[in-house]
Write a protein that binds this ligand. Structure first.
Ligand code: ATP
Length: 222
């Protein structure tokens, strides 16, 4: 039986926060592989300032070049129009064997906006989620974040989600579980990286060296 993680995002650009979290989730959930899935046009993010798909994909390739545990899928970039996770999960389900377990990996900030995603309830019926609890400028307290996740699930999805402490997940009688996973807090975001480049500051140690060089050579995010 194979266990595969699917990690969606804009990756504009990929950074060490993404890479480190992906690896920790892969190890923590005993996954065989974790795939980064860059979105073509982020439907709920402004597409202004998003570098073209080829560059974002190439930076992911450079970022994971030395890790066989991590992979990249260009499925959303090949589809025309905006990327919807529900279509991506249907795609992975259709190409995976029946005994392959798929997990969708997402940061807590993105998960709390899930109700703005296409067919989000169907999505939650389709695949277990792994929610990475991610610190941000507004809230560093992980327990408060977990409380927000609980409120979100019970108010927006179903009252029947219950927390199972032993598995650190919210379980439901008829739906896949939503796992909560702490990752090493790295206060890195693509926004911060773009802002640093824009204002002429260094991005060394925020992204892999090869990604830093790619951005410099191609003059991205200026
Ligand atoms: P932006 O600043 O442009 O919004 P981002 O850094 O949040 O970008 P995304 O491509 O939007 O990156 O993120 C993809 C996924 O990775 C999201 O689910 C997000 O929550 C998660 N993520 C991003 N940065 C981190 C981090 N430092 N630690 C853990 N998860 C992260």
């Amino acid at each position: 039986m194979e266990r595969i993680g699917l990690f969606g995002g804009t990756f504009n650009p990929i950074h060490l926060g993404h890479l480190r979290s992906a690896l920790e989730i892969k190890e923590g959930f005993d996954l065989d592989k974790m795939f980064f899935i860059p979105a073509a046009l982020p439907p709920h993010k402004q597409s202004e300032g998003v570098e073209n798909a080829t560059d974002r994909l190439e930076m992911i390739r450079l970022g994971i070049a030395h890790s066989s545990d991590l992979g990249v899928s260009d499925i959303e970039l090949k589809r025309s129009g905006p990327s919807y996770t529900i279509d991506t999960i249907h795609h992975f389900r259709s190409i995976s064997s029946d005994d392959t377990e798929l997990f969708f990996v997402v940061g807590s900030d993105a998960f709390l906006e899930l109700n703005t995603w296409k067919s989000y309830k169907e999505l939650l019926q389709l695949i277990p989620f792994i929610v990475m609890v991610r610190p941000d400028s507004e809230c560093n307290d992980i327990n408060i974040k977990i409380e927000h996740l609980k409120d979100f699930l019970t108010s927006k999805v179903s009252r029947d989600f219950a927390y199972i402490a032993a598995d650190t997940c919210y379980a439901h009688p008829n739906m896949p579980s939503v796992y909560i996973q702490n990752v090493t807090p790295l206060g890195i975001s693509s926004t911060k990286i773009r802002e640093s480049i824009h204002s002429g500051r260094s991005i060394q140690f925020l992204v892999p060296k090869a990604v830093e060089e790619y951005i410099k050579t191609k003059g991205l995010y200026k």
